[in-house]
Design a protein around this ligand. Structure first.
Ligand SMILES: *[C@@H]1O[C@H](CO)[C@@H](O)[C@H](O)[C@H]1NC(C)=O
Ligand SMILES: *[C@@H]1O[C@H](CO)[C@@H](O)[C@H](O)[C@H]1NC(C)=O
Ligand SMILES: *[C@@H]1O[C@H](CO)[C@@H](O)[C@H](O)[C@H]1NC(C)=O
Ligand SMILES: *[C@@H]1O[C@H](CO)[C@@H](O)[C@H](O)[C@H]1NC(C)=O
Ligand SMILES: *[C@@H]1O[C@H](CO)[C@@H](O)[C@H](O)[C@H]1NC(C)=O
Ligand SMILES: *[C@@H]1O[C@H](CO)[C@@H](O)[C@H](O)[C@H]1NC(C)=O
Ligand SMILES: *[C@@H]1O[C@H](CO)[C@@H](O)[C@H](O)[C@H]1NC(C)=O
Ligand SMILES: *[C@@H]1O[C@H](CO)[C@@H](O)[C@H](O)[C@H]1NC(C)=O
Ligand SMILES: *[C@@H]1O[C@H](CO)[C@@H](O)[C@H](O)[C@H]1NC(C)=O
Ligand SMILES: *[C@@H]1O[C@H](CO)[C@@H](O)[C@H](O)[C@H]1NC(C)=O
Length: 308
């Protein structure tokens, strides 16, 4: 509490978290059943009116045997929900925020839409959110910043708008952040550089502008960095690889980047994919690139490069 108060949270959020904590004791598998039945009541099958899952989620059998549902052995509560690739449409009810033991939520490759209910903030045990390939919209919620156990946040191929909330930088456990293929605007927040466990940062094909924050080149755990298809400008740092010893893929094509390609790129000794095409890079191609033994793919076309 002392910590949280120091952040000057809005009072409502503070109340919400305390109320949630005290309510958690009164919750059991019946709570999970109500939450999932509420979710089911909003689901529509996009191909078959008698969808196998919609038929299966019935109060006549225990929740823990329902298709896509996994329960924990200790508490007999729902710990994972994986209903990916089920051709389902619908939106998410606030009741889903009552699945208080949920660790993994995988709704990927469906047709779910609408904005994400704020009640999902109560899912403090969540480690995996996989919503890729759906039609969710609205702002990327800043309350994701409260999910302090999240390791994977994948919102790829949705319809999220607005800016990248700086609060995402509070999720220090985050290893994968994939917001690619959304119409997100604005600058990449400097605070993203605080994510010191991040291995994958994918922001491709959004509408991002401005400079790439230097703090990102200091996340020493990074292996995959993808910003292709935005409108990012500025130079690459001369010591680009100094803080990125584990980098395997650097994807920066189709932006407005300029300046020279730093010879320092050869210090990324594990680099496999380097993609810098369709930018405004100038000067000669550094010969040091030839000494990256791991390199498999190199794209440099459509720049203002000269020499051999
Ligand atoms: C869950 O708790 C409610 C009351 O809080 C109780 O009526 C119900 O029987 C419980 N269900 C199970 C499966 O324990
Ligand atoms: C749902 O599927 C599970 C596992 O396939 C099965 O055990 C259960 O009986 C099914 N429930 C209904 C209502 O069809
Ligand atoms: C989803 O729809 C596709 C295309 O209509 C179909 O091939 C696939 O089998 C469906 N999957 C499920 C789980 O119903
Ligand atoms: C579940 O969540 C809803 C809405 O967020 C709330 O009204 C309800 O009281 C919660 N608790 C239970 C036990 O379902
Ligand atoms: C659900 O998501 C998890 C984590 O991203 C992934 O490991 C798993 O393979 C996914 N399940 C399916 C069926 O795609
Ligand atoms: C995304 O949102 C825009 C504007 O609200 C809408 O026109 C478009 O159809 C949406 N696209 C998808 C894939 O949902
Ligand atoms: C997250 O960090 C920001 C500063 O980057 C801070 O203002 C905010 O209160 C923190 N907490 C959340 C949940 O956003
Ligand atoms: C990167 O990290 C080094 C050492 O930890 C620090 O001295 C430097 O100021 C950092 N640079 C940026 C741009 O954050
Ligand atoms: C990209 O940014 C440049 C300025 O840096 C601007 O002139 C251009 O119109 C922008 N392009 C798009 C597609 O937003
Ligand atoms: C790359 O940058 C580091 C740190 O600034 C430096 O020690 C190293 O010599 C540079 N290497 C090349 C090939 O430029």
């Amino acid at each position: 509490m002392v910590m949280e108060r120091a952040y000057t949270f809005p009072l409502l959020i503070l109340l919400a978290c305390c109320v949630t904590a005290s309510m958690a004791n009164n919750m059991n598998i019946s709570t999970d059943e109500s939450a999932l039945l509420a979710f089911k009541s909003r689901m529509i099958s996009t191909i078959d009116p008698a969808n196998i899952l919609i038929k299966n989620w019935s109060a006549s059998t225990p929740v823990c045997v329902w298709i896509g549902v996994t329960c924990g052995l200790r508490h007999q509560r729902v710990t994972a929900l994986d209903i990916s690739s089920m051709n389902l449409s619908g939106n998410i009810p606030s009741l889903l925020g009552n699945l208080s033991f949920l660790v993994s939520l995988n709704l990927s490759r469906n047709y779910f839409y609408g904005s994400l209910p704020r009640e999902l903030i109560q899912l403090r045990r969540l480690q995996i959110i996989n919503f890729r390939f759906n039609s969710f919209s609205g702002q990327i919620p800043s309350w994701f910043g409260f999910l302090h156990n999240l390791q994977i946040l994948n919102l790829r191929n949705n319809n999220f708008t607005g800016f990248i909330p700086p609060s995402l930088s509070n999720i220090s456990t985050l290893q994968t952040l994939d917001l690619s293929y959304n119409p997100i605007q604005g600058k990449i927040p400097e605070e993203i550089g605080n994510l010191h466990n991040l291995k994958t940062l994918y922001l491709q094909y959004n509408r991002l502008t401005g400079l790439i924050p230097l703090t990102i080149f200091n996340i020493s755990t990074l292996e995959h960095l993808g910003f292709t298809g935005n409108n990012l400008s500025g130079n690459l740092p001369v010591d680009i690889c100094h803080g990125l010893p584990r980098l395997k893929g650097l994807y920066l094509s189709s932006n407005e980047l300029d300046g020279e390609i730093p010879s320092n790129i050869s210090e990324c000794s594990q680099l496999q994919h380097l993609s810098l095409s369709v930018n405004k890079f100038r000067g000669s191609i550094p010969s040091e690139i030839g000494s990256i033994r791991t390199l498999q793919i190199l794209y440099l076309d459509s720049n203002d490069l000269s020499g051999s």
